[in-house]
Design a protein around this ligand. Structure first.
Ligand code: GTR
Length: 332
């Protein structure tokens, strides 16, 4: 009797001891890892960190965000894959890198698809933006499309000579993002498009594996490419927005309230990032000028030639996105 009683008592005690532990487990803290190729202080990094702080406050510390900036976890292809399997929670990536995973997004990767950055902003802020975020979420690729991030317009830069005309691009090797559309774009302009991860660009410029690359002013300056490439040509051939995606596996493990918080703060991050972006773009241009970078503005007449040159890209990829292109063009 005695020993049975002892066993029962031990069993009861164990159950009592377990109860708070199980409760604590339900409340256990979850650190959400985030990846960005850019360094601390970059608008996208700051906006996601700020989202993390809001999330931490709203959930009393249950959720927090740990940012891994500066390609610590690899390039964007890797970040997308890590999010897909749930190794990280958030990947802030360019639609250039996401297009090969969710094809509908590639419409934004058509050169000169937007009239200007203002036009792009109207498109991503409105119904088209929401539809493409949903396209990511519903793609079955293990991702949730949370919000957009601004990345201005992309321009060519190189180590060899000032690019003033379309003809100047001829024969030069330009790194492009890992998406066949961009290789076709560079080739149709007379250059040689070399697809490459962002993590390789700086050293490839240094060693001469490539003659140039193309990007917005903040990436050109704050990822240090301007230290090697001294010519920056403003032709705005691509206006490619970026997206903050979340691992669906991790998103689905959150409570409904937590999911709503993530969505709300992500949407706020979209507008926070934009404010930071405008200031940062100016800062980048100032820094480039101060460093003696030769900045070339392509004339309107020459820009027309750039636009005409990419017609083969539109012929090849455009028809697939015809309906969406109409909606984009109709956005005033
Ligand atoms: C930057 C962008 C990154 C990455 C990079 C690239 O402008 O912010 O997400 O896509 O360009 O060229 O790979």
């Amino acid at each position: 009797m005695n020993s049975r009683f002892t066993l029962l008592a031990v069993g009861l005690l164990a159950a009592v001891a377990l109860a708070p532990a199980t409760g604590a487990l339900a409340q256990s803290k979850l650190v959400l890892k985030a990846s960005d190729v850019h360094p601390e202080g970059y608008p996208t990094v700051e906006a996601v960190e700020s989202m993390g702080k809001k999330l931490e406050k709203a959930t009393n510390g249950r959720l927090s965000v740990q940012m891994f900036p500066s390609m610590q976890l690899g390039g964007e292809k890797e970040a997308i894959e890590q999010a897909q399997v749930g190794a990280i929670a958030f990947a802030r990536v360019s639609v250039g890198a996401l297009g090969p995973v969710v094809d509908q997004l590639n419409v934004f990767n058509l050169p000169y698809v937007f009239r200007n950055t203002e036009h792009m902003r109207k498109v991503i802020d409105g119904q088209i933006g929401q539809d493409l975020l949903d396209a990511v979420t519903n793609s079955g690729k293990g991702l949730v499309g949370l919000c957009w991030m601004d990345a201005g317009a992309r321009n060519f830069y190189d180590t060899k000579k000032p690019i003033k005309t379309l003809a100047d691009l001829k024969g030069l090797k330009f790194r492009v993002m890992g998406n066949p559309m961009f290789v076709d774009m560079a080739n149709s302009m007379g250059a040689n498009g070399v697809p490459m991860g962002y993590d390789q660009v700086f050293s490839s410029l240094q060693t001469g594996v490539i003659d140039g690359a193309e990007n917005n002013p903040p990436s050109f300056v704050f990822d240090n490419h301007y230290q090697v490439a001294k010519y920056y040509t403003i032709d705005e051939h691509l206006i490619v927005p970026e997206m903050l995606v979340m691992s669906k596996k991790i998103f689905d493990s959150l409570s409904k309230d937590e999911q709503a918080d993530v969505k709300k703060f992500a949407r706020e991050a979209q507008f926070e990032e934009r404010k930071l972006w405008d200031a940062y773009e100016q800062k980048a241009m100032d820094k480039a000028k101060a460093a003696g970078i030769q900045i070339i503005h392509v004339s309107d007449a020459e820009k027309k030639k750039f636009q005409e040159a990419v017609k083969p890209v539109w012929d090849k990829y455009g028809p697939k996105y015809a309906a969406m292109i109409k909606r984009i063009e109709a956005t005033k």
